[in-house]
Design a protein around this ligand. Structure first.
Ligand code: DX5
Ligand code: ZN
Length: 218
């Protein structure tokens, strides 16, 4: 079985304090920092863009995992790569040319991820296995933190795990991950668990130990 990595999502962090929040979660054991970019078009919410990613980059020692919930995505790949993303994940549903998008991400030497919304089948990645380093399974409808985990997606995680086998492709779970749902998806083959509200709940940069407790509980 694969070692589980925890990737707190800063969507649930203090938007006035991103640099300190990234440092706090890393000091408390976060493996990756998950950065949720939303454009108010692909999803019904707006967060931040490449400039924010560039600003928080120096505050992240580990992996900056950028999740692009934007459409179109191709015009912005360069900007997010130049902002220092280690992983850039695009939604399969964001446009007609996902293969080209993944090529563009990798052309920057950045790891390429594909995100699947709850309505998209696991089989969608079959033609793309040699183009991806990560598949992100949305276990909520994208756009907001604090939503309930969609249980039907566990079957999809299992299918992806069977399809991927021992290929070097991370299976990332995104949405509603907490101490109850984490074991279910880990058992189904996931190895990177995104958690926003479950990590940031009750903590702050002045009480970072709560982040540590929340991370260890997952
Ligand atoms: C939702 C984002 C998720 C979200 C997870 O569109 O992609 O990363 O921040 O938040 P929780 O863990 O609170 O469901
Ligand atoms: Zn996300």
């Amino acid at each position: 079985t694969r070692a589980i990595k925890i990737a707190p999502s800063i969507l649930s962090a203090d938007f006035a304090n991103f640099g300190a929040e990234c440092a706090a979660i890393e000091s408390q054991g976060a493996d990756w920092v998950h950065v949720d970019v939303m454009d108010g078009h692909f999803v019904p919410n707006i967060t931040f863009g490449p400039a924010t990613c560039a600003a928080i980059r120096p505050h992240i020692k580990g992996v900056m995992d950028v999740h692009l919930m934007i459409a179109p995505v191709d015009p912005y790949i360069d900007a997010f790569a130049n902002a220092g993303a280690d992983v850039i994940t695009a939604h399969l549903e964001a446009g007609p040319h996902i293969h080209r998008t993944l090529q563009a991400i990798r052309s920057h030497g950045v790891k390429a991820g594909i995100a699947l919304n709850p309505g998209t089948p696991a089989e969608a990645i079959a033609p793309l296995m040699d183009m991806i380093d990560l598949v992100c399974v949305m276990t909520v409808n994208p756009g907001f933190g604090g939503q309930s985990f969609i249980m039907s997606q566990i079957e999809k995680v299992r299918s992806l795990s069977d399809m991927i086998g021992d290929r070097p492709i991370h299976i990332e779970i995104d949405g509603g991950v907490d101490p109850k749902t984490a074991p279910l998806v880990a058992a189904a083959g996931a190895d990177v668990l995104v958690a926003g509200s479950a990590v940031f709940r009750g903590g702050s940069v002045s009480a970072p130990e709560v982040y540590g407790e929340n991370i260890r509980a997952i």
